[in-house]
Design a protein around this ligand. Structure first.
Ligand SMILES: C[S@@+](CC[C@H](N)C(=O)[O-])C[C@H]1O[C@@H](n2cnc3c(N)ncnc32)[C@H](O)[C@@H]1O
Length: 446
């Protein structure tokens, strides 16, 4: 329906511009907390103001830059009274780069803030916030994978992360989050894009550091010609790449695989399918596995691993002699996990299944006592409902891994309404300097 028919009447003449309500003068503000994105939160009269780079307890001067939800976004002009938790940001790209918003916050203060946000999220669902442990912090320099944006200009390639609140790309000289071999290869990635992508093109480039070398996927407008393929071959040799692929119109094409990319979960080797999910860091995966093991203590016998992916948990748990039934919607991940389990003679059966539409439920849950769940950010609504139902009554222990405290709290509420108790939550921070947080939670039912 057109605007005109909808509104019925519109006065003649030029449409009036909405009046700008942004304060023009710089504002002196007292920062009371951090917003969900890690921006300093203050009030100008009754209006909330979000100031990137400001910290709780600080008095700052800031200039309004636009609207943000019901409030204002503001640029930091000066810190007039600094927080004792303010530290020198170590990265030269801090403040411009959209990748890290909290580098100016002391690590212990950042961890406390994340823990408190998690506790508050639990409170809003009527869940006990006391069960949240101190945050396990996975330091910088540990990321095993990254996705960069790039643009091929006439005379050079711009490659990096997007600027804060913008599609402009920061031409990245360093990234302190990455494992050293990935950080070191940045200049060579620019050379590769310059050699194979036509002037004017742009896209993403994903890199993963595997046990057998770098696995790389580059967006390209067309399948590369002979000359570009030769350049890719030379690049691969120089940098001992494991695999190079191209994503063309959203479809992955393998170009070169000198070595099968292998990843390891607690010693169990799995071949990494193109574009498969992998935890952001090995140290993070190890910390999650340790927390899952601890949360399973006292249980024995077979278990379900729902949203199992490549078997980050299934393969190590099966090494302890437990039969594991894994489910995941990704066909290639399930195939890789099945191959690894067979080669290692581990008791894992892995099945492709969409657990959003078709959760494990009813008779299938008969005699199941222990479940591990690690859903994507959207959570596991349908699956948790199935576990909370009568048919899931044999389940006594649920261990849930989550990268979204909000959907976790929703799903935890469902489980608790079904008779489970939320006993412990272990926050694992694999995303330092960003507002994100991961967690492992233990639920028990008598
Ligand atoms: C956070 S990852 C966890 C994977 C694995 N547990 C790990 O640690 O590597 C979430 C997994 O959920 C899977 N997934 C996403 N949507 C799904 C769905 N609707 N049904 C089943 N699995 C799904 C993804 O393929 C991915 O492997």
């Amino acid at each position: 329906m057109s605007q005109r028919r909808h509104s019925g009447f519109r006065p003649a003449g030029k449409p009036q511009k909405a009046k700008s309500t942004l304060p023009k003068e710089p504002m002196t503000l007292t920062v009371s907390g951090l917003g969900a994105q890690g921006d300093g939160l203050a009030r100008h009269g009754d209006t909330p103001v979000f100031i990137a780079g400001a910290l709780p307890g600080e008095t700052v001067t800031a200039r309004a830059s636009g609207k943000k939800g019901d409030g204002l976004a503001a640029d930091l002009v000066s810190v007039d009274s600094a927080s004792p938790d303010r530290v020198e940001p170590p990265c030269p790209h801090f403040s411009a780069c959209g990748g890290c918003s909290l580098q100016h916050y002391a690590p212990a203060a950042e961890a406390d803030w994340k823990r408190e946000v998690l506790r508050q999220t639990l409170r809003t669902r009527g869940l006990d916030p006391v069960v949240v442990d101190p945050v396990i912090r996975i330091g910088a320099g540990t990321r095993q994978r990254a996705t960069f944006a790039w643009r091929r200009l006439r005379d050079r390639v711009v490659l990096g992360y997007n600027q804060r609140a913008s599609h402009q790309i920061i031409d990245l000289q360093a990234c302190l989050l990455l494992e050293t071999p990935l950080a070191d290869v940045l200049p060579a990635l620019r050379t590769l894009v310059a050699d194979v992508a036509p002037v004017g093109s742009m896209g993403d480039l994903s890199v993963t550091l595997t046990d057998s070398g770098i696995d790389l996927c580059l967006d390209l407008p067309d399948y590369p010609g002979l000359e570009a393929l030769e350049q890719i071959g030379r690049w691969s040799e120089t940098h001992a790449a494991a695999r190079i692929g191209a994503r063309i119109d959203g479809v992955y094409h393998p170009l070169l695989t000198p070595r099968t990319p292998l990843v390891r979960f607690d010693g169990a080797s799995v071949d990494l399918p193109p574009q498969a999910f992998l935890q952001p860091s090995r140290a993070g995966a190890d910390a999650l596995l340790a927390a899952v093991r601890a949360a399973l203590s006292g249980t024995e016998g077979p278990l379900l691993d729902l949203f199992c992916g490549l078997g980050t948990f299934a393969l190590p748990l099966a090494a302890e002699g437990r039969a594991v039934k894994g489910f995941d919607s990704e066909t290639t991940a399930i195939a890789a996990l099945s191959r690894a389990a067979k080669a290692l003679k581990r008791p894992v059966t892995a099945t492709v299944r969409d657990l959003f539409r078709d959760p494990v439920e009813g008779k299938e849950l008969k005699d199941v006592t222990t479940v591990v769940l690690d859903p994507p950010r959207a959570g596991a609504d349908a699956q948790c409902r199935a576990l909370a139902e009568k048919a899931g009554a044999s389940v006594r222990r649920v261990v849930m891994v989550s990268c979204s405290p909000a959907t976790f709290a929703r799903d935890a509420r469902t489980l608790c309404d079904g008779g489970f108790r939320l006993v412990q939550v272990v926050p694992v921070d694999q995303f330092v300097w960003s507002p994100h947080l991961e967690l492992v939670a233990r639920f028990e039912r008598d």
